[in-house]
Design a protein around this ligand. Structure first.
Ligand code: ZN
Length: 663
């Protein structure tokens, strides 16, 4: 299955000083920095548009508990327990146990559960188990002794529910993953057999099997518990529906109304055919100013890549910046026809690649607090082929990253020389945004499978190879004179900024996200390392790229940018062949040889140098707060936006006001 959210990198070269009136950083703990984002242009919308957005944001936050429960079956109970102990604590707030509890609470709120959002490893609390049990027992709504006996090992014992998503080859990925997408002792083989029996390989418009269901074994039989209004997650889904229906009253046009109606129908019935109908209507609506995602979308959280994690993003088009993506999209045919892949694997006709730059108004579910900076949906291959896809770059988020990175010392430490640093200062923001645009609106949309090739043929490596393909497409074209011709770049050297940063990240700096001794696991990180290590190795005879040592420090040195581009082209050709032919063995070999293993010495050096900078490897966001304006009769007539809310208060408020599931 294809998945298209991209995760931002931790580095960034800012060129403007942060706006003095807006403090981007909200909180900093463990490996996390929490930022704010602005919603520029919200004030310029009409009151009706603001109300439309408001109810969509309510429908977004309403689904929060779904993701928590998908991520782990004890997550909601543990959240209740930890929040209760935290908010009712009356002792010394400087006490080391309390401080450790606060840290743990911040971590689980960020992870939407007890596992790290990115590594999916379980957080290990640093407060005392007996202290915590005593605090919990003192509270009026204390869990029973029996419940505590269940929850305490889940919180404290490192060997219980260790990893949310296990992708280790050769193990039962379902039994060894701690997520709650499967239950009741069901095995990977049973799930695979169950869906293989349902799949009709002659169906040219297959539904996305498993997208909205928890698979369990009941009385020895494998069955689906479907997410729907009168099924699993019913109370949360009903609240989503309620707010979607209120939003519909303020829709800008009939197609938005029709899209909401289809989505509501899907939520009521759980019928995946309805979801496809909704996805098609959504894909075809490219004219509306305001847009949203709300549903079970990306499948990174499922080791089998089927079940969608619940998420929502509400947004409106940034008209000015969208000129850029419009230019790219309207030349999609040219890009496809000139791509360095075997013509048999190209699309004859690139259908409806629509691209725009958007301003996010709310992030929710799997897109919160950590969020993608670009999205390309829908995920169903046949819908993409027949109806195209919508691709967005979320520029108020990339801007917040960029502003918050300014002057953090990263480039000074890791970039090889001042000239390259200057190149990054001048061109990284624009080339990074262009890379995202090209990746999302052309990269994922390009290429085709040969007839009869199973879209899931690359199995567990599908996500990594798909991201590799999209990144290579973007890298290749960033250096193309076409971008100058189209007025997207004003300097033929600009692309070098992105090339340098990409290899620096893929070969070295993304390792800061990995603990010593561990492998690279996440799909986007694997993809970046795959590309970077491959070009390092294949370019070695011509010394295209090298790692050089200076004063005991390693630096990436690019000696020949043109040859580097040729290597990107060569690898793109091969990855496209693998995808088009469904060559699992070749794909697996590339991933295993280049994407997974880490040089322990270099890893240690990078962690060491990074630790002196005090930069968080991961970042996420608090949402703005939308407040309805009422007239004297209590009718809501407008909505205002504010940015003052802090991180933990926002989380605690969401838990209280948007609580739909759990006890
Ligand atoms: Zn992608």
């Amino acid at each position: 299955m294809a998945a298209f959210a991209i995760t931002s990198c931790s580095s960034g070269g800012a060129k403007d000083a942060p706006a003095a009136d807006f403090d981007y950083t909200v909180d900093r703990f463990a490996d996390i920095e929490v930022l704010r984002y602005k919603v520029p242009g919200f004030e310029d919308l009409t009151p009706s548009q603001r109300l439309y957005i408001y109810y969509l944001t309510e429908a977004a936050i309403a689904g929060r508990d779904i993701l928590w429960d998908q991520n782990g079956k004890y997550n909601l109970a543990i959240r209740d327990l930890v929040e209760n102990v935290y908010t009712n604590y009356s002792g010394d707030r400087d006490d080391s146990n309390f401080k450790a509890l606060e840290l743990y609470l911040k971590q689980i709120e960020f992870g939407n559960g007890i596992h790290h959002h990115y590594s999916t490893d379980k957080f290990i609390p640093k407060f005392d188990r007996e202290w915590f049990a005593a605090q919990a027992a003192a509270h009026p709504s204390a869990p029973s002794a029996e419940e505590m006996d269940t929850l305490l090992p889940v919180i404290f014992d490192p060997s219980v529910m260790t990893k949310r998503v296990n992708q280790a080859e050769g193990q039962d990925l379902i039994l060894t993953s701690a997520n709650n997408l499967y239950g009741g002792g069901v095995t990977q083989a049973e799930v695979e057999n169950y869906y293989n029996a349902l799949k009709d390989t002659t169906d040219l418009t297959p539904v996305s099997w498993g997208l909205n269901a928890r698979v369990v074994k009941e009385n020895g039989k494998v069955v689906e518990q479907v997410y729907k209004a009168d099924g699993l997650y019913g109370p949360a889904i009903s609240r989503i529906i309620e707010n979607l229906e209120k939003a519909a009253e303020y829709a800008e046009n009939d197609s938005q109304k029709a899209i909401i109606a289809k989505l509501v129908e899907f939520y009521r019935t759980g019928d995946l055919k309805k979801f496809d109908e909704y996805s098609i209507a959504w894909t075809e609506d490219t004219a509306s100013r305001i847009d949203f995602i709300n549903g079970f979308i990306e499948s990174y959280g499922d080791p089998l890549g089927m079940t969608g994690a619940w998420e929502s993003i509400v947004n409106f088009k940034n008209e000015e910046a969208s000129e850029r993506t419009h230019t790219i999209a309207s030349n999609a045919k040219w890009f496809e026809a000139n791509s360095p892949v075997d013509p048999r694997f190209r699309k004859d006709d690139v259908k409806g690649v629509s691209a725009k730059v958007i301003t996010a108004a709310i992030l929710a579910g799997d897109a919160y607090p950590a969020t993608p900076i670009g999205i390309n949906l829908p995920n169903a291959n046949w819908i993409r082929a027949a109806h195209g896809s919508k691709s967005v770059t979320i520029e108020n988020i990339t801007e917040a990253y960029d502003q918050a990175s300014h002057g953090n010392g990263f480039n000074e430490e890791f970039v090889i020389d001042e000239a390259t640093g200057k190149l990054l200062d001048d061109y990284l923001f624009i080339t990074d945004n262009l890379h995202t645009d090209l990746h999302e609106c052309l990269g994922h949309a390009s290429g085709r499978l040969l007839p009869g090739v199973d879209p899931d043929a690359l199995k567990a490596h599908g996500s990594t190879l798909e991201e590799t393909r999209a990144d290579l497409f973007a890298l290749y074209y960033l250096a193309d004179p076409k971008l100058l011709e189209l007025g997207l770049l004003d300097n033929p050297e600009a692309y070098k900024a992105e090339y340098y940063k990409y290899l620096l990240n893929g070969l070295m700096t993304q390792l800061v996200r990995i603990e010593p001794g561990k492998d690279v696991e996440e799909a986007h990180m694997r993809n970046r390392q795959l590309i970077s290590k491959w070009v390092l190795e294949k370019g070695a005879p011509d010394n295209v790229v090298e790692l050089v040592k200076r004063d005991g420090k390693t630096f990436v040195k690019i000696n020949d940018y043109e040859k580097l581009r040729a290597l990107f082209a060569q690898l793109l050709g091969e990855i496209q062949r693998i995808k088009s032919e469904g060559d699992y063995a070749a794909g697996a070999a590339l991933v295993e040889n280049y994407a997974v293993k880490v040089d322990p010495e270099l890893h240690k050096e990078v962690l060491d140098r990074y630790s002196h900078l005090d930069i968080a490897p991961y970042r996420g966001f608090v949402n703005p707060v939308y407040t309805p304006v009422k007239d004297k009769d209590g009718n809501i007539t407008d909505v205002t936006v504010s940015y003052e809310e802090e991180y933990l208060p926002q989380m605690l408020r969401y838990s209280k006001e948007y609580r739909t599931l759990g006890k």
